[in-house]
Design a protein. Structure first.
Length: 273
């Protein structure tokens, strides 16, 4: 069968072979590495690197062999709340207390720093790099999804979300992937926009954590299971994770690895086929 690109192709095989989509499956994992320490959050990039934030707000980069290779710390910006490594050549670090965006290179050297408050953007919790190396963010002050450049100029913006959604919607995550913009909120589900900020799809998959998008698959964690959805083919499946969840802070199911952040560090597993 060869080296499958990701777990999503396994799910497609299940469907092709006629297995019930509602049937729960269990992943077989092999323990690879434990990175000891106390960390508040982490992310990974498409090259297998890992970026972790420790309790002193230091960002630490680990290569694909899980060796520490670089670090960055901004003492004056406050708590480092979000790391975006969707572009592995340029890492975005966001400090929501001060509204500061910091752009770093692969060695975590400073490229640029932007204070959003200088551009009258007062409250942002969801932000990501765009496909053309600008930034998507949700401005909670005026309830609009916006695209800005490195100088803080607003390049495009959506309609006020209060006019689009009766119940209101504050995205917890923004993902630029596969030619579309994906927003997720655990009580409102998925929204899919085109790059002109026109709403194209809504998927009411609620209660997910640690969401990602890969090859048009939506994935996340729900009740200690990985959940996968491929709306185009009406595929929706839960996958059991043989991981102790009592101390788990965050799980990323990235290609053929599973990363589980716990109170004493990060555990990395490979998916066995």
């Amino acid at each position: 069968m060869g080296n499958l690109k990701s777990i999503f192709q396994l799910i497609m095989l299940f469907c092709i072979l006629g297995k019930a989509q509602s049937q729960d499956s269990t992943l077989h994992l092999k323990f690879l590495k434990h990175i000891h320490g106390k960390y508040s959050t982490f992310t990974t990039d498409k090259m297998g690197n890992t970026f972790m934030v420790n309790t002193t707000n230091e960002l630490i980069a680990f290569n694909n062999h899980f060796d520490s290779v670089a670090s960055y710390k901004n003492i004056s910006a406050g708590n480092l709340s979000l790391i975006d490594a969707s572009n592995p050549l340029q890492i975005l670090a966001y400090y929501n207390e001060s509204g500061t965006m910091v752009l770093l290179d692969r060695q975590l050297n400073l490229i640029n720093s932007i204070s959003l408050s200088q551009f009258n953007i007062q409250k942002v919790n969801a932000i990501t790099r765009s496909y053309d190396n600008n930034y998507w963010l949700f401005d909670e002050w005026d309830n609009k999804l916006k695209k800005i450049d490195d100088k803080g100029n607003v390049l495009s913006e959506s309609t006020d979300f209060r006019l689009l959604f009766n119940a209101g919607y504050l995205p917890e995550k923004i993902i630029d992937e596969n030619g579309a913009l994906y927003l997720y909120n655990s009580t409102g589900g998925w929204l899919v926009f085109d790059y002109y900020l026109g709403l194209k799809k809504q998927y009411p998959y609620l209660g997910w954590k640690d969401v990602l998008v890969e090859d048009s698959f939506l994935k996340g964690i729900e009740k200690n299971q990985m959940v996968l959805a491929y709306p185009k083919e009406l595929i929706y499946q839960h996958i059991n994770l043989p991981i102790q969840h009592s101390n788990t802070l965050k799980i990323i199911c990235d290609h053929n690895n599973i990363y589980s952040l716990e109170k004493e560090g990060l555990n990395i597993y490979s998916i066995q086929q």
